[in-house]
Design a protein around this ligand. Structure first.
Ligand SMILES: C[S@@+](CC[C@H](N)C(=O)[O-])C[C@H]1O[C@@H](n2cnc3c(N)ncnc32)[C@H](O)[C@@H]1O
Length: 230
């Protein structure tokens, strides 16, 4: 990591101290999600939930898997945009407990199922979706065991490689994967660096200038579809 990236991680860790925290999903409807301590607070990934809200065609009437759901924001946006069913999972028990509480409070339990899972481990082989959403950790280093929330910020590249190798088994032939990109975070966790070798074609479908309390930058929404072979 560069010095600037280390400073950013330090800011993010500080930003996650204390809690719970409230994230407003929709100011006009007054919808809020609660983010418990040790659960990742929405930052750059807000670009992804906003993209889903602005592009309801991408999920409407579809089955969506939200990997690394955190407090559940992408799952909520998918359900509100008309997804038939959403499976929201995270490796963190605390994230899943937090998402379950938000699901119940927002009265979405009939459409969003929450489960603890390391990537797709807790998924049956028969569970195939139309859209897989993954707001992946962005910075290239190992998480800090003593600070659990860093599992959502840091990874040395194995997670994204494992994810892209397994995702095809849980995605319909014409399905799509939605992830995020942030140039500032570097290339270690950028899906574009892994797409071709794992059978995906990646392109940028959205770019949002995020100016939040903790992260400032241009965040990209990256779509991956199966690479065509003839
Ligand atoms: C950048 S955060 C995104 C959280 C949430 N989707 C959001 O946008 O605010 C990444 C999430 O991935 C989860 N995660 C990390 N490793 C994982 C794994 N192996 N399997 C499933 N989830 C994982 C983290 O716990 C964290 O909640």
């Amino acid at each position: 990591l560069t010095d600037a990236q280390r400073q950013q991680i330090a800011r993010q860790i500080e930003y996650h101290s204390g809690g719970p925290y409230c994230h407003v999903l929709d100011t006009s409807a007054g919808l809020e999600v609660t983010v418990e301590p040790n659960v990742m607070r929405p930052m750059s990934s807000v670009a992804l939930s906003q993209w889903i809200a602005n592009n309801p065609w991408s999920v409407s009437g579809r089955v969506v898997i939200d990997i690394g759901t955190g407090c559940g924001i992408q799952a909520f946006e998918a359900a509100r945009a008309g997804a038939d069913r959403v499976i929201a999972s995270d490796i963190s028990d605390e994230a899943c407990r937090c998402t379950t509480q938000n699901v119940e409070r927002l009265d979405l339990a009939s459409r969003i199922e929450v489960r603890v899972s390391d990537l797709f481990e807790a998924y049956q082989s028969s569970e195939v979706s139309d859209v897989i959403v993954f707001a992946q950790p962005l910075f290239g280093d190992d998480p800090l065991p003593e600070i659990p929330v860093t599992v959502g910020m840091l990874d040395s590249g194995q997670l994204i490689a494992r994810f892209l190798a397994a995702a095809g088994r849980h995605l319909s032939m014409r399905g799509l994967i939605l992830m995020v990109g942030w140039d500032f975070a570097g290339t270690v966790n950028d899906p574009r660096g892994y797409a071709s070798s794992t059978g995906w074609a990646a392109d940028v479908v959205g770019r949002t200038a995020v100016n939040g309390p903790c992260q400032v930058g241009d965040i990209e929404v990256i779509r991956l579809i199966r690479k065509r072979t003839y």
